[in-house]
Write a protein that binds this ligand. Structure first.
Ligand SMILES: Nc1nc2c(c(=O)[nH]1)N[C@H]1C(S)=C(S)[C@@H](COP(=O)(O)OP(=O)(O)OC[C@H]3O[C@@H](n4cnc5c(N)ncnc54)[C@H](O)[C@@H]3O)O[C@H]1N2
Ligand code: MOO
Ligand SMILES: [Mg+2]
Length: 428
């Protein structure tokens, strides 16, 4: 029996979902496996950088006082008594008039306080001994990288909640994190529902389509930082779906289904939530696409009933599932990043609800532009491959013109809560 659904605003839907956020436990992973994981603890300097005064150049370590009166016409000659490379320590302490040949990265030898690069010296041999000629004075400390000039022991260098990227990894290695404290990834279950669905390797048959949503969602889950647990597809049979979903729920942190969530005769998700005794948070959102998105909570676990329509499914994941996963991972920027840009072509369709349009964002002469790609219908799959952004057009009756300023959600960026708050009005 058809019963009317009351739409809520997308911002309210996001808040309701995040009321059930959880925070993942700590686990240690080898540094080699830490890429794209989220830090549970901050990265703290357990030693200074540089850890000792060192040479930033290939040259000679000398005493500044030996060069006080050095000029072009009155050069000073210093005897070279030793060579030291990075990783080795000088064995001798130069006395007045002596120098040590030194390579970039080597510890500054005792008794020296200046590095002179090779290019400013000339080497001569006198009575079997090697000397360098210097034609200008130097001050103590010239060309020395001092201990702790970059970072002091105890400094916090990267906050908890940051994703491990190549730069973070360099720090982890610098400070000896052979095991990295990261947030355990949530397990996100996925079921695709629909009697019309074929596997990816099956030949098309009349009335059937290939199941693209589960591949898309698994990929979105991985990109958001969680572990997908794909259970396969379900034909539209109530008991079959109910049993499969109830059993999967015991094995995952959250469960996503696609399809079967609208008002059709074979849309069983609403009845499944009812039979489970789940608490339905909402079953309609004032947005396009994805208006039919339904979210329920059962024993503290979120069940996402995403639309079977590919674009609706995609958009609802990015707006409602991604922030839950990212919050679980302690990310400081759980939402898609929002920027303001210029609409590149007219969008004359009026929008009763806020509209998220699959779009291509470009930066041209320092300005951000976005233009819709492909057909703007919720059942469309092809536009997804060419989108890197969603243009957000607020609900209202007017269409939009080329050149209008619009909010743009970046599908490959990470945004903070403040970004989302800024856009609050537009998401209504
Ligand atoms: N009378 C009404 N009909 C519909 C309404 C409505 O409000 N009143 N809402 C429409 C909207 S909006 C959407 S969105 C869809 C949502 O449908 P369901 O979530 O119930 O999904 P299905 O009916 O199972 O399938 C819809 C569509 O998507 C295709 N599909 C399903 N699963 C997959 C998959 N894994 N991969 C690719 N494509 C998939 C399916 O074949 C259908 O074409 O309902 C409208 N109807
Ligand atoms: O949920 Mo449907 O996608 O509104 O188009
Ligand atoms: Mg349906």
């Amino acid at each position: 029996m058809y019963s009317e659904r009351k739409p809520i605003m997308i911002q309210e839907a996001i808040n309701l979902v995040l009321d059930y956020r959880k925070y993942g436990d700590l686990e240690y992973v080898p540094i080699e496996e830490s890429d794209n994981r989220y830090l549970k603890y901050p990265v703290k300097a357990d030693h200074d950088i540089p850890p000792f005064d060192r040479s930033p150049l290939d040259g000679f370590a000398i005493k500044a006082e030996d060069t006080t009166y050095a000029t072009h016409s009155n050069p000073v000659e210093l005897e070279v008594i030793e060579t030291v490379g990075a990783g080795s320590l000088a064995q001798q302490v130069p006395i007045k008039g002596q120098a040590i040949r030194i390579m970039t990265g080597a510890k500054i030898p005792k008794g020296t306080d200046v590095i002179v690069m090779f290019e400013l010296t000339r080497e001569i041999v006198r009575e079997g001994k090697l000397f360098i000629v210097i034609k200008r004075p130097f001050k103590p400390g010239d060309n020395i990288s001092f201990q702790a000039e970059e970072t002091k022991i105890g400094d916090i260098l990267v906050e908890a909640g940051r994703k491990v990227d190549p730069g973070v990894k360099a720090l982890l290695a610098t400070f000896g994190y052979s095991k990295v404290p990261v947030v355990k990834q949530p397990i996100v279950g996925v079921y695709a529902t629909g009697t019309e669905l074929l596997d990816v390797n099956e030949v098309l048959l009349p009335g059937k389509i290939r199941n693209s949503n589960s591949y898309m969602i698994n990929s979105q889950i991985t990109k958001a930082g969680a572990i997908p647990k794909y259970y396969g597809k379900l034909v539209d049979d109530f008991d079959h779906c109910f049993n499969a979903i109830s059993s999967a729920l015991t094995e995952v942190d959250i469960l996503i289904t696609t399809g079967g969530v609208s008002v059709g005769d074979y849309d069983f998700l609403p009845l499944i939530y009812e039979k489970l005794g789940a608490n339905v948070l909402f079953n309609k959102i004032g947005m396009r696409p994805g208006s039919i998105t339904t979210v329920a909570e059962y024993k503290g676990k979120i069940l996402y009933g995403l639309s079977g329509n590919p674009s609706a499914c995609y958009v609802a994941f990015e707006l409602l599932v991604r922030p839950w996963i990212q919050s679980y991972l302690s990310s400081n920027s759980p939402h898609l990043q929002m920027v303001t840009g210029i609409l590149k072509q007219d969008f004359p369709k009026p929008n009763p609800f806020v509209r998220f349009i699959r779009s291509k964002m470009t930066i041209e002469s320092g300005m951000i532009y976005a233009e819709p790609v492909g057909l703007d219908k919720s059942g469309v799959v092809t536009s997804l491959a060419n989108s890197n952004a969603l243009i957000v057009l607020p609900g209202g009756s007017r269409g939009y013109k080329q050149g209008d300023k619009v909010d743009i959600l970046l599908l490959n960026g990470e945004g903070s809560n403040t970004m989302l708050k800024k856009s609050k009005n537009n998401l209504e």
